[in-house]
Design a protein around this ligand. Sequence first.
Ligand SMILES: N[C@@H](CCC[C@H](N)C(=O)O)C(=O)O
Length: 276
Amino acid sequence: MQLRFTKMHGLGNDFVVIDLITQRFKLKPHHIRKIADRHFGIGCDQVLTVEIPSQPDVDFRYRIYNAEGSEVEQCGNGARCFARFVREKRLTGKQKIKVETLAGIIELEVTENRHVRVDMGEPILDPKRIPFTAELQAPDYALDINGSRWQVGAVSMGNPHVILPVDDVDSAPVEQVGPITESHPRFPQRVNVGFMHIVDRDTIRLRVFERGVGETLACGTGACAAVVSGIVQGKLNATVTAHLPGGSLSIRWQGPGQPVIMTGPATTVFEGQIQI
Ligand SMILES: N[C@@H](CCC[C@H](N)C(=O)O)C(=O)O
């Protein structure tokens, strides 16, 4: 079968977006791996599908698959691309869009400067719900990684994140420490690994080794989780600019009980068809 797709990216975190409303196809993990393959397929960090929602009062269902084939709960950069996709394809004319994800309902708003503002919902700090093995909830935790002790933050944005503090992101040991930490036994569903340098109370620099992918040029949920972790530790203000290798995001969190708001760009690159 020929499947139509759109290649998009959010700050270089790239996606193949597939409309499963006007085309019918059941994507299996081997299809995802083929599509995501940068040599034998189209190439992307995640495959996103646009589907009819299962709940009333919601506009769409949005599903996310990592390049390795696993389905995941949430994707921040993908959410912004999703909003742009459904409007460009005229699947909706709405400026505010409600979307069902595995992590719950999120709200997307296309702003005047063509950026997308996403209400990512409340962050989860309870270790049981991240999930992360720890006796009690704390602003930071001692974590042994391959014989070295790190003082880390742990936050779920629907998907699990651990945040490692570094003095310089350019020389951070992302390739060595990232893969070991992704499968750390204290994170039973594996984890996305962020390396954060706090520049000042309004600014961070961040690199993320993503679960099921490897290092990406940007991670939206990773930026939200890192900022929440910095705020909980008393090191950041409520509105922070997160600089990632692929560009910058604005992240706002006003504290417990409040949602995290992420604002940034979404870009369409090209369209095509793949024989699947
Ligand atoms: N790139 C994403 C996150 C995608 C999912 C992640 N790799 C996971 O396994 O949880 C983002 O922009 O948030």
